[in-house]
Write a protein that binds this ligand. Structure first.
Ligand code: PMP
Ligand code: GLU
Length: 397
């Protein structure tokens, strides 16, 4: 038997990724499972982005290692994008690209945390944060929020958990899994509190471009130069440009921090795959805005279709998402009335009996909830809501 390190033995594997693997297995056995589990756009990467990658390969630009922080034209494209969106200014030494936003966050925690350093994480939170922080020997400190406040954290809630070990506030706006987002006023209050307490804000903005109802996202870094100096923006192209497989993530922030993260990269991935870097330049260009908008609009149409279908299922309660492609549904009543002791058991029964894959809220620090990803076709959304409704009605006592 090979002995696995205690560090990894103590780590929980990602619930989102595990569920999508389970779906693949069931589908390969011929089961007709609909996956609303993993958060991944079902669209193809825009044609112009793919063509930029093919051209880079043909022109022999993508054969070699690049600088650990990425190629200069890509760093310029990232800076231009944030300038266009939020009026932010960054220098070239304040940006680096990594293999996905997931690995960007991992690299940031490894670079920033010493044993015992605390990171404030408003719950519900994305599944990988806590494990990544523990792997970096930091301490995740969960800050509970309320359904009634649409899961938005307040300064009072944060202050109640702040200690002299608190180093980072991790903010996800728009949020996976809740689909909520903070307004400029709310970000101003949170940003000022972080500055006053000399905390670093890690702002995970991966759903930044998937906003609905004519809202536009705001980066907390744009609140003031002081807040910008206290913020590390983490973003990527997986969601906005349907590029999960290309693994493009990046960070913008303090030059010293970016250099230290790049130094770590020289010992890990070396650099983001060079072909992905050329594709990313095309994805960030304003020429790609129309393709992105088309996908965003489709997600919004799906939300309009799916939200009423899910809300009408007995014992299901949820806010309409304002962003992202997730509905986060309180199913405590339904689980209980259907005879399940926990939402996780309820989730597994829906998978086995209704053949719809969801993610159980305990993976996001919210055990009363189920997460539905509506990044799939209208037909599958309608069919999955029908299956779940039939399942709940058949078990209801
Ligand atoms: N942050 C959040 C909130 C996410 O939902 C995800 C999942 N895609 C990531 C980061 C990582 O994205 P990727 O590694 O695909 O860039
Ligand atoms: N972030 C997506 C999700 O939450 C993709 C899977 C993952 O990396 O967690 O489903």
């Amino acid at each position: 038997m090979v002995e696995i390190s205690k560090r990894i033995q103590q780590m929980a594997p990602s619930g989102t990724v595990e569920m999508s693997q389970k779906v693949r297995e069931m589908q390969s056995q011929g089961r007709d499972v609909i996956s609303l589990s993993v958060g991944e756009p079902d669209f193809a990467t825009p044609l112009a982005v793919k063509e930029a990658a093919v051209a880079a390969i043909r022109e022999d630009k993508a054969n070699h290692y690049t600088a650990a922080t990425g190629i200069v034209p890509l760093k310029k494209a990232i800076i231009d994008f944030h300038n266009r969106k939020d009026g932010l200014d960054y220098e070239l030494n304040q940006v680096a690209v990594f293999s996905g936003a997931k690995f960007t966050l991992y690299t940031a925690f490894q670079t920033l945390l010493d044993p015992g350093d605390e990171v404030l994480i408003p719950a519900p939170y994305w599944v990988s944060y806590t494990e990544q922080i523990k792997l970096a020997q930091g301490t995740p400190v969960i800050v509970e929020t309320n359904y009634e406040d649409n899961f938005k954290v307040t300064v009072q809630q944060l202050e109640a958990q702040r200690t002299d070990k608190t180093k980072i506030l991790l903010l996800t706006s728009p949020s996976n899994p809740t689909g909520t987002f903070y307004t400029r006023d709310e970000l101003t209050t949170l940003g000022q509190w972080a500055v006053d307490n000399d905390l670093l804000i890690i702002s995970d903005e991966i759903y930044y471009e998937l906003m609905y109802d004519n809202h536009h996202s705001v980066s907390i870094a744009s609140i003031s130069p002081e807040v910008q100096a206290h913020t590390l923006i983490v973003n990527g192209l997986s969601k906005s440009s349907a590029m999960t497989g290309w693994r493009v993530g990046y960070a913008l922030g303090d030059a010293g921090l970016i250099k230290a993260m790049a130094d770590l990269t020289t010992h890990t991935t070396g650099n983001l795959a060079s072909v992905s870097q050329y594709a990313a330049i095309a994805a960030l260009s304003s020429d790609n805005d129309a393709a992105k908008e088309e996908m965003r609009q489709k997600f919004e149409d799906r939300l309009e279709l799916f939200y009423p279908l899910i809300s009408e299922i007995p014992g299901f309660k949820c806010h309409k998402a304002g962003a992202t492609f997730y509905l986060f549904v309180d199913v405590t009543e339904a689980a209980k009335r259907c005879g399940y002791d926990s939402v996780r058991d309820f989730c597994m029964a829906i998978l086995e009996e209704a053949e719809v894959a969801l993610v159980s809220g305990d993976d996001f620090g919210a055990p009363d909830y189920l997460r539905f990803s509506f990044a799939t076709s209208d037909d599958l959304l309608v069919e999955s809501a029908r299956r779940i409704k039939t399942f709940v009605e058949s078990k209801w006592k």
